[in-house]
Design a protein around this ligand. Structure first.
Ligand code: SF4
Length: 418
């Protein structure tokens, strides 16, 4: 780490009022005013004009801290710097702690490694029977399609391979990956991820999906993508029509902060939902981004308004150089406590830790069980009130299947009916 660089740990998210967080705004053109609408709305134009280095950042008017300048200079040796013009314009230039900025502008702290951090925190490489395929759970596989993304998240759990900045040399071999699935009849669920699968052309993606869909034991297809957030222009009607040929196909998007849910994103989600694609969201809990109840509540409410079901909230993986973005598990539990019961159940994601080294996702919940024995379970609700529920095995001689009990139920219902 360079001299004078310091950790920057804001104690909480810089909060906008809840009503502002909930609004769906269109994204302004910023320094691309001269670009016409057809170019701006063309996903390939957006990719060609990505911000990719320090001079691009400065040319587009970003005033950077010393930590960010060093981070931008070093990004090419760790995880590339890449930001679509559309997403770049979501940054609030006046706010050094802007939650969008924290996710995509590199910082020199990324070069620091805490002893608990790893290059492959989820142990994917050790569960990879062929390159680009991770088979960790019994009935499903992760199919890595590419190492490229539309933009690069500074906390990416797969930063060892994504963007190839650190020289991993990821080489997917689709035919070997598909052959493995074909030879393993226990695989009923295939998740395409990467990198971002929606960066492939429609034709290439259709060919890949067709081959996987043709395997008789594959019941269910999933795509994990942050493109609807980084590049909603990619979600064209043609892409949605093509994806609709492969149902059941689910898409998991990745939004972390309510400001990422713009008008453009809402419309893109609508196109996918109208194509019959069930949508879920996976968020990563990030310090200074979404580690507060009001921010998380605005995010999950907006997701429902975009027809997206909040699915997982991940404790940030122990990826090297992410300590400045990680929160405590205690904070995550406090946030879950502030959501469950306080708002719509459909809006509540499952908080999980991907067990370090390859143990898979483990659900983490606040403790609602106060005691549990052979007679009863004592629980508390979201208001802190306690309740007893009898254990079914200890109904004190009451046998719901016996004649005596049935006649007693009948007489009870008759008297209630009266
Ligand atoms: S979009 Fe996903 S794979 Fe790509 S950098 Fe972000 S977290 Fe990593």
């Amino acid at each position: 780490m360079a001299e004078n660089a310091t950790y920057d740990h804001p104690s909480s998210v810089s909060e906008a009022p809840y009503s502002d967080l909930k609004a769906f705004h269109p994204v302004k053109r910023g320094s691309w005013q001269a670009v016409d609408a057809s170019q701006w709305n063309d996903w390939k134009w957006q990719l060609r004009h990505r911000i990719q280095n320090l001079s691009d950042l400065q040319q587009h008017g970003m005033s950077l801290s010393q930590e960010e300048q060093l981070g931008a200079q070093l990004a090419d040796t760790k995880l590339a710097l890449g930001i679509t013009p559309y997403f770049f314009n979501l940054i609030d230039r006046e706010d050094p702690h802007c939650p969008i900025r924290r996710q995509i502008i590199p910082r020199v702290e990324e070069t620091l490694t805490h002893p608990s951090e790893m290059s492959d925190p989820c142990g994917e490489d050790s569960h990879s029977p062929v390159p680009g395929l991770v088979h960790r759970y019994p009935d499903r596989v992760l199919f890595l399609v590419t190492d490229r993304c539309a933009a690069y998240c500074r906390y990416c759990t797969r930063s060892r391979l994504v963007s190839n900045a650190s020289g991993y040399g990821f080489q997917p071999d689709y035919q070997r990956q598909i052959a493995y699935i074909r030879n393993h009849p226990e695989i009923r669920d295939v998740l395409l991820s990467g990198g971002d699968p929606l960066l492939l052309s429609d034709e290439k993606l259709e060919m890949l999906l067709s081959e996987i869909r043709a395997i008789p034991h594959v019941e269910f297809l999933r795509i994990g993508s942050r493109i609807p957030i980084f590049l909603p222009q990619r979600i064209t009607p043609e892409l949605c029509r093509m994806l609709a040929k492969f149902h059941p196909l689910f898409i998991s998007v990745h939004a972390n902060h309510p400001r990422e849910l713009t008008l453009e994103v809402k419309e893109a989600m609508g196109r996918m939902a109208n194509a019959g694609i069930p949508l879920g969201n996976q968020s990563v809990l990030l310090k200074g981004v979404n580690d507060s109840v009001p921010t998380m509540k605005a995010l999950i409410h907006k997701l429902l308004m975009c027809r997206v079901r909040p699915y997982y909230l991940y404790q940030c993986d122990l990826i090297q150089g992410s300590a400045h973005l990680r929160t405590s598990v205690r904070r995550g539990l406090e946030i879950m406590e502030g959501l469950r019961g306080h708002t719509t159940g459909y809006a509540i994601p499952q908080y999980v830790i991907d067990a370090p080294g390859g143990g898979g996702k483990v659900p983490i919940n606040p403790d609602y069980i106060l005691s549990h024995d052979s007679e009863k379970i004592t629980i508390r609700n979201f208001e802190g009130k306690t309740f007893d529920y009898p254990e079914h095995d200890d109904l004190k001689g009451f046998d719901p299947d016996s004649k005596t009990s049935r006649s007693r139920d009948v007489s009870m219902s008759v008297s209630l009916g009266d």
